[in-house]
Design a protein around this ligand. Structure first.
Ligand SMILES: [Zn+2]
Length: 204
């Protein structure tokens, strides 16, 4: 589930749609949460769906570190990639804002942690644009991603968290914030290549 203070906008024919903030969202806010309405298909399960579904799964679902297909039920499935994303993952269930977002700022994540089957060219315009995004990026980028996630989480106690009531396990989030449970490294987002089906490459 994507943060309620967001909306879907059409960006252009090359990129398609994107998700944008409609109100200030401070750093440390959960911007996306794995909620009970998001569908999680165990490895191999999505492939058993009738073929007509495969295009939808390839287009909109991502692959988590365990090889599950995750299909967001709401506008979360339209979040675009940026090499300097406005939210970063905290374990499998949460993405938090990496900086203070203003109305009109685009909500972006890093597809490098989503196990893309096919490398995606990127022209996101970020100062650190990698040019090409691949499923193994997290194996190289994890120290910086882990550090930025920890810095963002440090602000989580001081901001509103409207998505938490929709969490599958809200207590886990505070366990991460208060360091009772170690935050999984971004390395954990990497899944074995054999379990990676195609995913639509949304280009920015
Ligand atoms: Zn880029």
């Amino acid at each position: 589930m994507i943060h309620p203070a967001t909306e879907l906008r059409f960006i252009g024919p090359g990129i398609g749609h994107g998700v944008f903030a409609t109100a200030p969202i401070p750093r440390g806010t959960i911007v996306w949460i794995l909620c009970h309405l998001d569908m999680v298909f165990a490895p191999g399960e999505a492939a058993k769906l009738p073929p007509a579904y495969h295009k939808i799964i390839d287009h909109y679902a991502y692959i988590d570190g365990a090889g599950n297909h995750v299909l967001c039920w709401d506008n979360g499935r339209y979040v675009n990639h940026s090499c300097d994303p406005t939210m970063l993952g905290v374990g499998t269930d949460f993405e938090v804002a990496t900086r203070d977002l203003a109305p009109g700022d685009e909500i972006t994540c890093d597809y490098g942690g989503l196990n893309l089957a096919i490398p995606m060219s990127c022209a996101c315009g970020a100062f650190n644009c990698r040019g090409t995004i691949g499923g193994e990026d997290v194996l190289r980028l994890w120290p910086d991603l882990d550090r930025r996630t920890a810095q963002s989480l440090a602000a989580a106690r001081g901001v509103d968290q409207p998505l938490l009531e929709f969490a599958r396990d809200a207590r886990l989030f505070w366990d991460y914030v208060d360091r009772r449970v170690p935050v999984p490294s971004h390395r954990a987002y990497f899944s074995a290549p054999a379990s990676r089906p195609a995913r639509r490459a949304r280009r920015r």
